[in-house]
Design a protein around this ligand. Structure first.
Ligand SMILES: [Ca+2]
Ligand SMILES: [Ca+2]
Ligand SMILES: [Ca+2]
Ligand SMILES: [Ca+2]
Length: 190
């Protein structure tokens, strides 16, 4: 890279930075319902809970978790769904790093994963996860809170809205493309 190219590269980087800041401002204004035309090709796509529901139910994930095929999630199915979701490398066990990531990304507090590793082999197997979740009532609050129609069962839509609300930390009803990419693709992407 010669000197002129290097200068151009720096300019490009600066332009990119300003564009990012501009888009940040754009998002900020959108929250205030001010219209915002983004005329460059880097459109900020925003995902709401309908998009989230459609994407999450577009594959067989929910059918797989609904072990008794009754169309709703009971406690056990709910617990298993998080084991499978958090097992991001799909090797059938939860590692320390997977649990730490899940703890951060799903805002889990007060879980002592070491205790759940009952055979102390360094990973949490499905049966350990089920025992641990049951003994600590880890998922009870979500299960109850997400059950919007309070019928004691979780439907698909209640499930996806629950996860959506977890991630929509500013509660504006939207996830940015960055949030979507970071969270959705990591845990539910195919
Ligand atoms: Ca079921
Ligand atoms: Ca794993
Ligand atoms: Ca273990
Ligand atoms: Ca329900």
């Amino acid at each position: 890279m010669n000197r002129t190219e290097a200068t151009e590269a720096i300019k490009m980087n600066k332009t990119g930075l300003w564009r990012k800041m501009g888009m940040g401002l754009c998002m900020f204004l959108m929250l205030g319902a001010v219209s915002c035309d983004d005329d460059d090709e880097d459109e900020v796509e925003v995902f709401d809970n309908n998009t989230f529901f459609q994407d999450m139910t577009a594959n067989s994930m929910f059918d797989d978790w609904d072990a008794d095929s009754d169309g709703v999630f009971n406690d056990d199915e709910f617990t298993v769904s998080f084991f499978e979701t958090w097992d991001t490398d799909d090797n059938g066990v939860l590692s320390d790093s997977e649990l730490t990531a899940a703890e951060n990304d799903f805002a889990i507090t007060g879980a002592d994963w070491d205790t759940w590793d009952y055979d102390a082999n360094g990973t949490i197997e499905m049966s350990e996860f089920q025992t641990g979740a049951q003994s600590t009532n880890l998922f009870d609050t979500w299960y109850t809170t997400w059950d919007a129609d309070a019928d004691g069962m979780l439907e698909d839509r209640e499930y996806t809205d629950g996860v959506f609300d977890l991630w929509d930390t500013d509660a504006d009803g939207m996830l940015t493309d960055v949030e979507y990419t970071t969270f959705y693709d990591t845990y539910y992407g195919v």
